[in-house]
Design a protein around this ligand. Sequence first.
Ligand code: OVM
Length: 403
Amino acid sequence: MTDLLDRAGSPPVSDADPFCHEVLEEPGPLQAALRDAGPVVHLTRYDVYAMARHEHVHAALVNWQEFQSGAGVGLSDFRREKPWRPPSLLLEADPPRHDAPRRVLTAILGPRVLRGLRERWFAAAEQLVERVLDEGGALDAVPALAEAFPLRVFPDAVGIGEEGRENLLPYGDFAFNAFGPANDLVVEAAPHMPRWAGWVDAQCARDRLTDDGFGARIWAAADRGEITCEQAPLVVRSLLTAGVDTTVHGLGAVLYAFAGNPGQWQRLRERPSAARVAFDEAVRWQSPVQTFFRTASADVSVGGTTIPAGKKILMFLGAANRDPRRWDRPDDFDLSRDPSGHVGFGMGLHQCVGQHVARLEAEALLTALARRVTRMELTAPPIRHHNNTLRAWKSLPLHLHTR
Ligand code: OVM
């Protein structure tokens, strides 16, 4: 599939397309080929560089000085191409501009605020699980659990209105597709994008938000002068962009993991306090966010080859999370391993600021399921949802057994 030539003085090359449907369906073979080819591979189709080994992906992610985000973390170079929306103040910014918005969100999405949501979210998860079990326990776990739970708790926590919430998933899906090339996934969704984006942007205004949610706390930080009033709506937009699809596909990953590993489910039922580490292991194992780009700020040397200044570098988070150089039996979903150090939430300065929110959602849902469900059985082959950045399920047909 890949053509890996080793020419003296330059990195191995590959003409593979990481965003073609074959790879999106099953990225494992390309990930292995890129890891084995060397620390850095030149992807000739897009003239970008790739890193797939844990050591090098990790090192680049913590090196924000040489591997920058301000030119965008997708294929598109914001210094040459107009972004499809105003850049994110967090994801698509470097220090020092990045830092004030980051500080504000870190506080709002931190343990102190989340403690106030814990009881409500656990009760909501119990209610959802009761309802699907009352209906017999046969379901498609993507809409019925992985989508239903975040949509039930997260928009309320941000503080947006009820109307138009059906725009959240397609908007996020588009945003994650837009990090890739303008392939069919982008082109087919693009005509709808202005409608989705118009709705999302409108929800970020102060007077559209409840006075006790994450959104109101962002505006309160603007009142205190920690960010400007021009920045506040864009920080709210980050929550609405990055906070829904990611958790949906993270939950999809952990449900798929347990459906295929009944022994691990048994283990979780015996020790429900393992719910959080189980979620992290699922994030390592499936890597719901597969890739992000960086841009070389200068000629940068990695593993004996030089990446020229200004070039984009594709970081294969999913490949790093399966690198046999870093993980024993990387392809096993295994609750006995310590998954910390995985790069599924990124690493360094930009590491997912919402990860505690995601873990709380997962803990709530898994705890409610573990209390009632003895076994999750896949009743038909699951179906992938293709996205240029996300590893996702469209359908996960399950039977939840209670005895
Ligand atoms: C953002 C953002 C942050 C992380 C991921 C992401 C679409 C977006 O700040 O808007 O993906």
